[in-house]
Write a protein of this length. Structure first.
Length: 384
């Protein structure tokens, strides 16, 4: 059996290495390292794939979130509501811009931000909502967009983990994750479903004026060299990373389907176990139906009951099976983001998830032998 990886980028590379190497040679020969043709072509390719008018590449996913907020003109003291159960980058950029982060609890089944908690947290100072599409599927965007419209709020999608996922509205129409709100932000960190070989990110919007403003922000506020029209930052996707992404983009749907195949295998093995709760999707199909496209399984995350999560983690480590615990400390308990406004009673779901969730290996190169070993190891430990 091949060694099990949490993310196997080495074997994924074998399928696309000739294209990547040829693109790298072209870039090195031309020395077009910044804003070269590969960046421009990738931008156009991604706009077509997402069905969005504007993709603005940038240096990383954290920058993408920050620049999106800068583009919307949010001011110090403005309140921005986001999920307590997520990676710190989401709240980090809110604090960096001297905005006021407002953390709220999440849905116990999808782990995404709870629209009821959003509604409860809105005050006269609220200006924006940042739904995080966690682990590979969209938050309840129909409800969130209605709340935003009702209260005249911006919606900034943190799409770092769900690129390629579809969201289906009640009327049956679909849109790609990251293109549902006023602006979306994503990361191309290597472990993402669409990842480069370094850092990278992008911002998405259908708003022409917002896109123009953001294009200036990412390039030191310049639209013409040495003419600084807006306050900006230095955040550009380099040509080598764009070449990797352009090679991978045509395979993204296949990558996502391979992840769904692995999730189906996991679900079949775990679904009946009394101590395990398999991932639920927004359509409540558990990601196992043949037509499911709402979850792209950036992570495959189980809830482990009976106080056995940490013991299972130790067992997996002993057996050489990688795993992740996302996220062991809720944001409201993090030293940097503690606030007297928060009460533990406001975060029952997040607090429970931090003690129960564990993520198993999930990537495009998992084979049946590996999946069998992982599932048998989990079940054997829990049944002891």
């Amino acid at each position: 059996m091949r060694k099990i990886q949490m993310v196997d980028l080495v074997n994924q590379y074998q399928d696309i290495k000739d294209q990547i190497r040829n693109s790298f040679d072209d870039i090195l020969e031309s020395a077009a390292f910044i804003n070269g043709p590969e960046v421009q072509n990738f931008q156009k390719d991604l706009e077509t794939y997402l069905g969005v008018k504007h993709v603005i590449p940038c240096a990383n996913g954290t920058d993408a979130l920050q620049i999106a907020m800068m583009g919307l003109g949010l001011k110090p003291g403005d309140e921005v509501i986001t999920a307590d159960f997520t990676f710190a980058a989401t709240v980090e950029v809110i604090a960096l811009l001297q905005l006021t982060p407002v953390l709220v609890d999440v849905d116990p089944e999808t782990f995404n931000i709870d629209p009821k908690a959003i509604e409860k947290a809105i005050t006269p100072k609220t200006r924006a909502i940042v739904p995080v599409h966690l682990f590979g599927q969209c938050a309840d965007m129909d409800a969130i967009l209605k709340i935003a419209q009702k209260h005249d709020l911006w919606v900034i999608e943190d799409n770092a983990q769900a690129i390629g996922a579809d969201y289906q509205f009640p009327d049956g129409s679909k849109k790609k994750a990251g293109t549902l709100g006023h602006v979306g932000a994503t990361s191309f960190f290597p472990s993402k479903n669409l990842g480069c070989y370094g850092d990278g990110g992008a911002i998405f919007t259908d708003d022409d004026d917002l896109a123009h403003y953001i294009r200036g922000i990412v390039n030191h506020g310049m639209y013409e060299r040495y003419h600084h029209d807006v306050i900006g930052v230095n955040s550009r996707l380099d040509s080598l990373q764009a070449a990797v992404l352009r090679a991978k983009l045509p395979h993204l749907d296949r990558y996502c389907e391979r992840r769904r195949d692995a999730a189906r295998y996991y679900n079949k093995a775990f679904r009946a176990h009394p101590l395990l709760t398999v991932p639920k999707t927004v359509r409540n199909c558990e990601g196992i139906c043949d037509t499911c496209d709402c979850h792209v399984f950036h992570q495959y995350t189980l809830k482990v009951g009976g106080g056995k999560r940490d013991g299972l983690a130790a067992e997996l480590a002993e057996k050489g099976i990688p795993f992740g615990i996302y996220y062991p400390i809720p944001l409201h308990r993090q030293k940097a983001y503690q606030d007297s406004r928060y009460r533990e009673a406001d975060f029952p779901v997040t607090n429970q998830l931090s003690e129960e969730v564990i993520s198993l290996p999930m990537h495009t190169e998992l084979d049946e032998e590996q999946l069998k070993h992982i599932t048998q190891t989990v079940l054997h430990y829990l049944d002891q």
